[in-house]
Structure formats: C-alpha cells, structure tokens
Design a protein around this ligand. Structure first.
Ligand code: SF4
Length: 238
C-alpha cells in the first residue's frame, strides 16, 4: 500500500524492491530522498499571498532573483492583495525588476489581484474554499498563470492536494524510465496522483525533495548518479 510505504516507519527501500514493484517506485524514491535530505520546510514565504507572488515571479528565473524582488515588495508594504491592486503598474515593474521579465510579471501580479478582488472580494480564504478542480480551472484562466504556477498556488498557498510538476521532476522520471522524455505536464503529474495518497503534506514535501535532487545531483548536462540517493535504483548498464 502506498500509505504504508509513506509512513515514518517504512522499511528501507532496496533496488530490488523498486525493480520488482514499479508501481511503487515513486513511494520508494520518496523515502530514499527523505532519509538523505530530511524535511525541506517549503514554501519559503511568510504568508499564503507571498507564496502566490513568489510562484508568479519564479517563472524563468532563479529563486535568488525572486527573493530580491520580494524584498522590494516587502519594503514597500505591497505584500497584500489590496495594496498590490492599488499600486501603479510602472512602480510595480520597478520593484519586481530583479526577477526578470518584469513588465510581464508585473502584469501577471495585477491580473491575479484583479481576479481575486472581482471573484472573491479580495479574500484568499474564500478563494481557497473552492473545490480543487474548479479553482484550478479558474486560476488557469488568469493571464500568465500556467499549470506549474496554478498548482504551486493551490498546493503551497492553499494546501490543496495537487502535485507540482517541474523540469527537475520530469528529468528524474525520464532518467529512471518512469515517464517518456516527451511526457507532458499532466501525464507526468498523473503518475504521482495515481500512486501516492492524495495528501497536500506529502505532495508538498515530495516536490521540494525532487527540486533539491535536481539541483544537487540530477543536473541536465551531467547527472551525479554516484552521489545521488536514487542512484541505486537505476537499471544497470548492459
Ligand atoms: S542523478 Fe542519477 S540517480 Fe539521481 S535522480 Fe538523476 S538520474 Fe537518478
């Protein structure tokens, strides 16, 4: 049972276990990464609204750049929906400039707070009380919000159980033969939804662990499989 595999007392996974139970490979990987890396404490933000701002600003840039833009917004007391809705677009562009693509991102932030105000009276609590699938569709209809950003908002700001897919995760799945290299966002996401318990706590932690794995070991040009906790699950080369 995936639930048992994801309990704190789960037995140590072995390469044989992963090979013999491919349907459970994602659960086995989770435990291997948890043991090596420990809890990740994601998302790095002080409020749900700050998570949303970060999810939009992190598109096509490093987190270090996002932190600089968020620090600017915090200094200007703009990390609240109403304040962000009032600020002039030109000023917002200047403040988020460190995150790159700043004109587009300022417009995206404006589009989100306009949506929040129009549909939910500016209340994130009201917004997040919507059913997951329905809210996801509405988020995807906002200018500049794609599947990864919508799912980051749902999971990390709203505690909705959707798995966030990203380039690191798809690379890891592909290198382990769990997904086709050309699998699209929703095909890859469906693997996690099918195998794991539908719990935000687990999806939160697992995504963070995979991002850390991608940064430390599963590098695009040269994977460091010998040092990686998932290295023992690779098929031996003939
Ligand atoms: S670095 Fe190697 S072992 Fe680690 S996740 Fe990537 S392909 Fe797998």
């Amino acid at each position: 049972m995936p639930l048992a595999l994801l309990s704190a007392s789960a037995p140590a996974a072995t390469p044989a276990a992963a090979a013999q139970a491919p349907k459970r490979a994602l659960s086995v990987f989770y435990h291997a990464l948890r043991r090596r890396l420990g809890p990740q404490h994601w998302w790095p933000a002080q409020t749900p609204f700050e998570v949303i701002v970060g999810a939009i600003l992190t598109q096509n840039t490093s987190w270090a750049n996002v932190e600089r833009a968020i620090a600017n917004l915090r200094s200007a007391s703009l990390l609240q929906p109403a304040a962000l809705a009032r600020v002039r677009l030109s000023r917002l562009e200047r403040l988020v400039r460190p995150s790159g693509y700043y004109r587009q991102k300022a417009k995206k932030l404006k589009a989100f707070v306009q949506f929040l105000d129009r549909d939910f009276g500016g209340s994130l609590d009201r917004m997040f009380r919507q059913p997951t699938a329905a809210l996801r569709q509405r988020l995807l209809a906002i200018h500049g919000i794609g599947p990864e950003t919508a799912d980051s908002i749902l999971l990390y700001a709203g505690n909705h159980p959707v798995f966030v897919m990203d380039a690191y995760t798809r690379r890891i799945l592909s290198r382990h033969g769990l997904a086709h290299p050309d699998a699209d966002y929703h095909q890859a996401q469906a693997l996690f939804h099918a195998e794991l318990p539908r719990q935000a706590r687990i999806f939160n932690e697992y995504h963070a662990l995979l991002v850390e794995t991608g940064k430390r070991w599963c590098i695009k040009s040269e994977p460091r499989c010998g040092e990686c906790p998932l290295g023992r699950f690779l098929e031996p080369k003939p």
